[in-house]
Design a binder for this molecule. Structure first.
Ligand code: PHE
Length: 500
């Protein structure tokens, strides 16, 4: 404990109330020193502290000059020769002093000349006198009268500064020795029983934790995690989607998409230059043969597309344009189970399309895909599964519109009510895979597959109120956004926004 602390404790112990500012003056130390002492002692409740606000004067530059050399009017009176001086000159050199001298009738102006009419040794320099009293009274506000203070302020001699100080008096934990307080209770204290006489530092339960500067999951990934949980909860199994480069065979041909379909040409599909061709060596030759046959001649009541199917076209490597390429692979795998076992699959991953980039389109995005394969499924099952899924993500209102996909029949576009736009917007595409697709994949007759797909970006943009896709995904997104974005539950969010 420092000497000053000890002295403070002794004096407040004896009943004295000490003020930090007075004590600083008394000890000839800075106010910071005594206010430091009061803070430490008060933290331990050895003294109580009471804030006091006092005002005092501080000299301005003009005030300092007056104090050192006298007021401007006195300076003029002292320097003005008895025979006088030209008015214009005095006006210029003693602008302030001249006015006050005239008012006090210390000088007279006549015929362009200024002459002294008072004796500088016999008149009082009022302004300087007030300032001297301020100085003598340690610049305290009450060292002069209110009128005098007004004069000083008006003539820009002083400014008023507020000072905060503290009154200290004896506190509840007063002692002349400091007991070291423990921060935490230890096993040793409990074992020895010393805890009972130990003093503990109070715990500040209101103190805020340290801000975590770590990153957060990207909004798309947050929504993906949530959709994944929902789909797994509905009994869907996740398909492996780690194949961004795909052969045209799985992306198009296996899906009964004719080779001259416009979606295949350079407008929509990114073709891979190196390697430009997939070998298809791992693909079951009967599957390739069956797909070719279905395209060329049809089967099971279908007449096919009746053109010459080209293996070279099917070998072309592309960036997959939809995750339905994954579904076709998985359905072929599923068909290998004998006897057939029903399955529910989903995937959420990236797809690529050579689109014109605008507010809602990027050349790459994420698709959520789901399918159910079983005997005797109907369009009613598809509608039911889709309604369940969308309701699970908070979109209770869905509508369907007939559509066309080469690989589904019937096909339906899915519309959801957008709470912000207040209108029905397309949120997905769906259908029942055609027999022309399922048969070559090896699925037994009577097995139907219902499926749907949607872009992950759409619901994410609605959820996070993102208006431009570039702000959500790609190299232009702000890191700060993904650092600070919250993790609200999807359903809660959509419901809250539709209530507005
Ligand atoms: N593959 C379709 C698309 O890219 C979505 C879809 C999946 C449609 C499954 C029907 C069935 O939009």
């Amino acid at each position: 404990m420092s000497e000053l602390e000890l002295e403070v404790l002794r004096r407040v112990g004896a009943g004295e109330t000490l003020n930090t500012l007075d004590l600083a003056t008394e000890k000839g130390v800075e106010h910071a020193v005594t206010s430091g002492v009061v803070r430490t002692l008060a933290a331990d409740e050895m003294v109580t502290m009471d804030q006091k606000e006092s005002k005092c004067f501080a000299l301005t530059k003009d005030g300092e000059e007056t104090l050192a050399k006298g007021s401007p009017e006195m300076i003029l009176l002292q320097t003005l020769p008895a025979e006088g001086a030209p008015l214009a000159e005095i006006k210029k050199a003693h602008k302030v002093g001249m006015g006050h001298c005239m008012k006090k009738k210390w000088i007279q102006a006549q015929d362009g000349m200024v002459k002294p009419v008072a004796d500088p040794t016999r008149v009082a320099d009022e302004l300087a006198d007030i300032l001297k009293r301020v100085q003598a009274g340690s610049f305290a506000e009450d060292s002069i009268s209110a009128d005098e203070a007004k004069t000083l302020k008006k003539r820009n001699q002083v400014t008023v500064i507020k000072t905060v100080s503290w009154d200290m008096s004896k506190g509840p934990q007063w002692a002349t020795q400091r007991v070291k307080k423990e921060v935490a209770l230890t096993k040793e204290m409990l074992d020895s029983g010393s805890w009972a006489s130990t003093q503990f530092k109070p715990v500040n339960l209101r103190s805020l934790g340290v801000t975590n500067s770590a990153g957060y999951l990207h909004p798309l990934m947050q929504v993906r995690t949530e959709f994944r949980k929902i789909l797994i909860g509905m009994g869907f199994e996740e398909m492996p989607t780690n194949r961004w480069v795909e052969s045209s065979f799985w992306n198009f041909d296996a899906l009964f998409q004719p080779q001259q379909h416009p979606a295949r040409d350079a407008h929509d599909t990114f073709f891979v230059k190196e390697p430009a061709e997939a070998s298809l060596a791992n693909v079951d030759p009967t599957l390739v043969e069956d797909v070719k046959d279905m395209h060329e001649h049809g089967g099971g009541g279908s007449i096919g597309y009746r053109y010459d199917w080209s293996l070279d076209e099917a070998k072309k490597n592309i960036l997959r344009t939809h995750t339905t390429a994954v579904s076709s692979r998985m359905l072929h795998e599923l068909a290998k189970n004998k006897p057939f076992q029903p399955a529910k699959y989903f995937s959420i991953d990236r797809v690529f399309r050579n689109e014109t980039v605008d507010a809602t389109h990027l050349a790459e995005f994420h698709q959520v895909e789901g399918l159910v394969a079983d005997y005797n499924l109907s369009l009613g099952d598809l509608i039911g599964v889709i309604k369940n899924f969308f309701s699970a993500i908070g979109i209770d209102n869905v509508r369907f519109k007939p559509a066309y996909n080469p690989y589904t029949e019937p096909s339906m576009e899915i519309f959801g009510y957008h709470p912000d736009l207040k209108k029905w917007t397309e949120i997905g595409n769906s259908g029942m895979f055609r027999p022309e697709m399922l048969k070559p994949l090896g699925l037994p007759e009577g097995v139907r597959v219902i499926a749907w797909g949607l872009a992950l970006e759409r619901p994410t943009m609605i959820k996070f109120r993102v208006r431009k896709i570039k702000e959500l995904f790609g190299h232009k997104i702000s890191l700060e956004k993904s650092r600070t974005s919250q993790l609200p539950l999807f359903k809660e969010h959509v419901n809250a926004s539709s209530e507005k």
